[in-house]
Ligand binder design. Structure first.
Ligand code: NAP
Length: 486
């Protein structure tokens, strides 16, 4: 399972601060590990708080001139970066697969998806508009303008190491904000490769600073407390999001939070079964289930539950598991040992409560952090995996009888990122979609992510939206001019 041809790692490994590549002040480095083998594939400079302060100082120094840079210039830099990413698809996909584990085909998909955020926001950069109106009594003009919020902190997870970065850097740069960017410890190489592309695309010194570290709390904490940052845009777990929200309070910092999910995937009694299984394969198996949008709970009408389970198990059980760099592999390893142990614990809990493993259910001992595609039928709705993000290739199926019952089950969670509804009845689709407490609804599709759409959740899945027309707003302030009419 683990024999593979090692892809060339072509990413820089130093910190990127103020437009130059630098070693960490402490001279410390940390290992980047291939989750398919557990082997070290690179060592990267490990930023400490003094490096973080240098990065923030560079972002602050560059802010005013970047804000004054013509929108068309900002747009063209993003556009050049888009084209460079596309031209380097193979190189970037190899880096993503090597440090994160997803199969090369999925990594290429992430490169295309991630690049689109730069194209989208290169187009948005020149469309920032204001408003001109009169006060109600007609005595004053109101001119509304938009201004960049200022130096912004960007923090991303490991599961989409390129796209989570471009989804933040794109709107920030389009709006005229400079950034300090801390990628996840497991996946710094993709972020550094992206910095190299932005440099080549013409990003001025200090506008983008990338600071990998093993001290996330220290580095990000120093930025949060600096008083210089005006914005934090975070993607990651709800637990860390809450820490950052608390840290944002003392300086009343603007926040965008893309947090965890617990997506219900509802199959109504009139659903097209083949279409529902196709959708389930995407919603569950994209990124090995390591996605905030992953279907976490399959709520299937009792009349279809066994057929759905059998069909899904046949499809999931036929997938080829292995090192993502090997041709033909469809399911790579999970990110690390603790991620795999968590999946096994959740499966064991569901089995102990009476679930039936139709396929899979037992972790692969390795080397590498593989977990087999698993379908669990007749899952007790009180099982831990109903209220915990599985973040692995495990589909848990709970049968239901009535629409009211399934809506109550679907909404019985503190999260509200996305829900999926499969039905051939348009009224039912819209009615159920409206009743789901989520920010996004997939109707007869297992994929909602798109740069042209506003991505984000309600409840404890987050605050704000990324992408779409509103994505740039997260990095803009309103400023209005009151002008008497003489
Ligand atoms: P995580 O543990 O919250 O880490 C996310 C980022 O926060 C990493 O860069 C991490 O650094 C950093 N971090 C950790 N502790 C911190 C602290 N005390 N202060 C500041 N930063 C800190 O999440 P993860 O395990 O990497 O990612 C999985 C989670 O992300 C899931 O919950 C998933 O649903 C969510 N996610 C959400 C979306 C969305 O758009 N809603 C998209 C993708 C993923 P280290 O890597 O060094 O720990």
């Amino acid at each position: 399972m683990t024999s593979m041809t090692r892809p060339a790692i072509t990413s820089p490994t130093q910190l990127f601060i103020g437009g130059t590549w630098r070693t960490a002040n402490s001279a410390r480095k940390f290992d980047v590990v291939d989750p398919a083998t557990g082997e070290v594939i690179a060592v990267v400079d490990d930023a400490d708080i003094s490096d973080a302060e240098a990065a923030m100082a560079a972002a602050v120094a560059a802010q005013e001139s970047w804000a004054q840079t013509a929108p068309r210039t900002r747009s063209e830099i993003l556009s050049r970066a888009f084209h460079l990413i596309i031209a380097r698809t193979e190189e970037l996909a190899a880096i993503i697969t090597a440090e994160m584990g997803k199969p090369l085909a999925d990594a290429r998909g992430e490169v295309a998806y991630g690049a689109e955020f730069f194209r989208w926001f290169s187009e948005e950069a020149v469309r920032i508009s204001g408003d001109h109106t009169l006060t109600g009594d007609g005595k004053n003009r109101i001119i509304v303008t938009r201004a960049p919020v200022g130096p912004s902190i960007l923090v991303t997870p490991w599961n989409f190491p390129l796209a989570m970065g471009t989804r933040k850097i794109g709107p920030a740069l389009a709006a005229g904000c400079t950034v300090v960017f801390k990628p996840a410890e497991q996946t710094p190489l993709t972020a550094l490769a992206l910095a190299a592309i932005l440099l080549e695309a013409g990003v001025p010194d200090g506008v983008v600073n990338v600071v990998p570290t093993t001290d996330a709390a220290g580095v990000v904490g120093s930025w949060m407390a600096s008083g210089s940052a005006r914005k934090i845009s975070f993607t990651g777990s709800t637990a860390v999001g809450k820490i950052l929200l608390a840290q944002a309070a003392p300086t009343v910092m603007r926040t965008s939070m893309e947090l965890g999910g617990n997506a219900p995937f509802i199959v109504a009694e009139d659903a097209d079964l083949d279409r529902a299984v196709d959708g389930a394969m995407v919603a569950k198996m994209r990124n090995m289930g390591e996605a905030c949008t992953a279907a976490n709970r399959f709520l299937v009408h009792r009349s279809l539950a066994n057929d759905f389970a059998a069909e899904l198990a046949a499809r999931m059980g036929a997938l080829t598991v292995g090192a993502g760099s090997r041709p033909g592999v469809e399911v790579g390893p999970l990110i690390d040992r603790s991620g795999r142990a968590k999946v096994q614990r959740l499966v064991d809990d569901a089995l102990a409560r009476g679930a039936r493993a139709v396929v899979g259910g037992q972790e692969d001992p390795g080397p590498g952090y593989f977990y087999p595609p698993t379908v669990l039928d007749d899952v007790d709705a009180r099982s831990d995996l109903m209220s915990t993000e599985i973040f692995g290739p495990v589909a848990a199926i709970v049968p239901y009888d009535t629409e009211d019952e399934v809506i109550a089950l679907a909404n019985d969670t503190e999260w509200g990122l996305v829900g999926y509804v499969f039905t051939q009845d348009i009224d039912r689709a819209l009615r159920m979609g409206e009743r789901l407490e989520v920010g996004m609804v997939g109707i007869n599709t297992g994929l909602v992510s798109n740069p042209a759409a506003p991505f984000g959740g309600v409840k404890q899945s987050g605050l704000g939206r990324e992408g779409g027309k509103v994505g740039i707003d997260e990095f803009l302030e309103y400023k209005y001019f009151a002008i008497p009419r003489s």
